[in-house]
Design a protein around this ligand. Structure first.
Ligand code: ZN
Length: 104
């Protein structure tokens, strides 16, 4: 998957604490999970789609905790994501998948 500059992609070693991201009127300056500081970032969010598909939304404005990675999005952004996901995607990319359970 192509990475964009200044964009954070989920760290697979660090599972997000809550999914979908926490919705707040305004991004908090302090993380409600760990009291770390929250910075404005553009993030990539991944949503399950129908028929085993995965839907990826790049460039979402979010507040991201610099300590634990908790993400905060506003209800307006959540609504825009919903609208985006109901429309055809900008493009499709192939995603490789590994099955841990089948190998250990
Ligand atoms: Zn945090």
């Amino acid at each position: 998957m192509a990475r964009r500059a200044n964009e954070e992609t989920e760290d697979p070693m660090k599972a997000p604490r809550s999914f979908p991201p926490t919705q707040r009127r305004k991004h908090p300056s302090q993380c409600s999970q760990c009291a770390g500081s929250v910075r404005s970032r553009r993030v990539t969010l991944v949503y399950p789609g129908p028929d085993s598909t995965t839907r990826v939304v790049h460039g979402v404005p979010a507040g991201v905790c610099t300590s634990c990675g908790e993400k905060y999005i506003t209800p307006e952004v959540a609504e825009r994501i919903e609208r985006l996901l109901s429309a055809p995607p900008a493009r499709s990319e192939k995603v490789p998948v590994w099955d841990f359970a089948a190998n250990f």
